[in-house]
Design a protein around this ligand. Structure first.
Ligand code: SF4
Length: 404
C-alpha cells in the first residue's frame, strides 16, 4: 500500500511520518496526578502495542505528575492541553516528549507563539489537534459549521502562528465524530501539507459502534496512503483502543504481527542494571524460543513489578539480584548474572504449565526479599531519585509567574 510522503518528526524515540511505521496511540483515563495508577495504565497500553501515550495535563497537579511519570514511562508521553497555555509550559518543564494543543480553545496568538518558542528551544514537537466539537467560533461561523474546510482552516491558522516563530516540528489531526467529514478533512489537508497526520474519529463512542466508526474513518484514509499515526477514541478501557489500533495496522499489513511482546522500562535514576543490554539479551533468547508472552524487563525492584503488573512475566533488578515476577507478584529471586536465563526458564514453564500454576509454585520468601530490597534501595537512593521535585518546583514557579 503506497503511503503519502510526509516529513518525519520524532516523538521521543518514536519516529512519525516519512518512512516510519504507522504508530498506535492511546490516552490514559486516570488522573495524571495519580502517578502509580497512570504508569500502570501506560505499561498496560505499551504491552497492548501502543507506541505513544497521551496524558491529560488539565491542572497543575497533573503537570507535577508528569514530572514523575515521564522518566519512568516505557513509551513517549504527550501532554494534552486545553485552554491553559501555562499548562503547556509546565508540561514542557515536566519533560514530556510532545504536546497536543487544541487551537479551538487556546486562542491568543501570543500564547500559542510562546508555547511554540519554548517547544522549539527544547526540541519537542506539537500536535495541532483540531476537533470539530471545539472549533474556533469565528472559523466555524465563516464556514457554516465544522466542515472539512473549517477544520483545515483552523489547522492552517495555527501553523501560521508557529511559522512566525520558526517552529515546524508539527503533526496535525482534524478529527470529527462524523466519519465522512473526518475523511474529507484529512484528504483536503493531505493535499496541502506534507506534515505527518494523526488520524482519529473523535468521540466515536462505545463498542461496537465506536469501533466501526473509527475503523471506517481510519482504514479508509490508510488505504489511500494517508496517515502516519492513529488513535481509536473509544468509550472503553484504553487498552481496547490500543489493541484495536494495533490490530487494524496488522490487518492492513502496515505493522508486523507480534508473538513475543517484550516491554522494557526506560531505565531512570533508579536503574540497578543495564536495562538495554538485558532487554536485548532477553528478546533474542525469547524470540528464538517463540515465546508468545508479554515480558517486562525493569530496571529496579522499587517500582518495576508494580509498573509492569499487567505483563505475564517480568524481571526487575535490585542489589545484585533479579526479582522474577508473574503478573506483578515476585515469585523467585536469582543472582543478577542469571537474570536472563531465569526469565527464559520461567517463560517456558508458563507456556507449559500456565500462569496460575506458576503463581502457585512461587517461592514463598520471594515477596519478602523483594520488599526488603525495595526498602533498602529507597534508603540509599532517597524518594526522589529522578530529581522530579526540582521540575515540580519550576512548574510551580511557572504557575505563579504573572508575567508568564
Ligand atoms: S528503573 Fe525502576 S523506576 Fe526507573 S523506569 Fe525502570 S522500573 Fe521504573
Amino acid at each position: 500500500m503506497p503511503r503519502r510522503t510526509t516529513r518525519q518528526i520524532h516523538v521521543g524515540s518514536v519516529a512519525v511520518g516519512g518512512d516510519a511505521p504507522v504508530s498506535v496511540q492511546s490516552m490514559t483515563t486516570t488522573k495524571t496526578a495519580d502517578v502509580d495508577g497512570t504508569l500502570a495504565q501506560i505499561y498496560a497500553l505499551a504491552a497492548a502495542g501502543c507506541d505513544i501515550v497521551r496524558c491529560t495535563c488539565n491542572e497543575e497537579p497533573a503537570a507535577e505528575g508528569l514530572a514523575q511519570i515521564v522518566p519512568r514511562s516505557p513509551v513517549p508521553i504527550v501532554a494534552d492541553i486545553h485552554f491553559q497555555y501555562k499548562l503547556a509550559l509546565a508540561a514542557l518543564e515536566a519533560g514530556v516528549q510532545a504536546l497536543r494543543l487544541n487551537p479551538g480553545n487556546i486562542r491568543k496568538p501570543e500564547h500559542v507563539k510562546q508555547v511554540a518558542r519554548e517547544a522549539k528551544d527544547r526540541g519537542v514537537p506539537i500536535r495541532i489537534g483540531v476537533n470539530a466539537g471545539s472549533l474556533d467560533p469565528d472559523i466555524a461561523e465563516r464556514h457554516g459549521g465544522a466542515t472539512p474546510e473549517a477544520l483545515v482552516a483552523s489547522a492552517q491558522r495555527e501553523l501560521a502562528y508557529f511559522a512566525e516563530v520558526g517552529f515546524d516540528d508539527v503533526k496535525i489531526s482534524v478529527k470529527s465524530s462524523n466519519v465522512p467529514v473526518m475523511i474529507d478533512a484529512y484528504r483536503l489537508l493531505s493535499e496541502t501539507v506534507d506534515i505527518p497526520l494523526h488520524l482519529g474519529v473523535t468521540e466515536a463512542g462505545p463498542l461496537p459502534g465506536g469501533l466501526v466508526k473509527s475503523t471506517a474513518g481510519i482504514a479508509t484514509l490508510l488505504s489511500e496512503g494517508i496517515g502516519d499515526t492513529i488513535r481509536f477514541s473509544l468509550t472503553a478501557d484504553p487498552v481496547e483502543e490500543a489493541k484495536a489500533g494495533r490490530q487494524l495496522l496488522e490487518a492492513l499489513g502496515l505493522r508486523e504481527r507480534k508473538g513475543l511482546d517484550l516491554i522494557a522500562c526506560p531505565s531512570c535514576g533508579r536503574a540497578e542494571v543495564d536495562v538495554i543490554r538485558v532487554a536485548r539479551e532477553a528478546q533474542d533468547a525469547l524470540e528464538a524460543r517463540k515465546i508468545p508472552l508479554q515480558v517486562a524487563v525493569m530496571g529496579c525492584v522499587v517500582n518495576g513489578p508494580g509498573e509492569a503488573r499487567d505483563a505475564d512475566l517480568g524481571i526487575a533488578a535490585g542489589r545484585g539480584k533479579g526479582h522474577l515476577f508473574v503478573r506483578g507478584k515476585v515469585v523467585r529471586v536469582v543472582p543478577e548474572a542469571d537474570m536472563v536465563a531465569a526469565l527464559v526458564d520461567e517463560a517456558e514453564r508458563i507456556v507449559a504449565e500456565g500462569i496460575d500454576a506458576r503463581l502457585a509454585a512461587a517461592d514463598e520468601n520471594a515477596e519478602a526479599i523483594a520488599a526488603a530490597t525495595r526498602e533498602e534501595l529507597l534508603q540509599i537512593q532517597g524518594r526522589d531519585a529522578n530529581h522530579s521535585e526540582e521540575r515540580v518546583a519550576r512548574i510551580r514557579e511557572i504557575a505563579d509567574d504573572p508575567g508568564c
